[in-house]
Design a binder for this molecule. Structure first.
Ligand SMILES: [Zn+2]
Length: 98
């Protein structure tokens, strides 16, 4: 189980079951176990702390966010957003798309 803190949320990530749970930061993380878990299909993170999860098998819907750092220039400026984008080129390699 991995715990990732962003500016406004805490993400609980279970790589074994490929599911995650996102709870607002003002909620006790202990309550996250009762939160709603969602399946994810891919997890990507880069060295800057930006990360995203694919919400469907075709990787067309992603949730993206960024790790909170201290000091944090982004706090209160950027909310987690759901974005629609094409699959990243790197993930296409190896996939057979007819
Ligand atoms: Zn922050």
């Amino acid at each position: 189980m991995e715990r990732i803190e962003t500016c406004n949320s805490i993400w609980m990530l279970d790589p074994a079951l490929m599911q995650f749970c996102r709870v607002p930061k003002d909620v006790d993380p202990a309550d996250a176990v009762t939160g709603r878990w969602q399946p994810y299909f891919r997890w990507e993170e880069d060295e800057t702390g930006a990360f995203r999860v694919a919400l469907d098998g075709n990787r067309t819907r992603w949730l993206s966010s960024r790790r909170h750092v201290d000091p944090c220039p982004r706090c209160r400026q950027e909310a987690t957003s759901e974005v629609v984008m094409p699959p990243p080129p790197c993930s296409v390699v190896g996939d057979v798309l007819a």
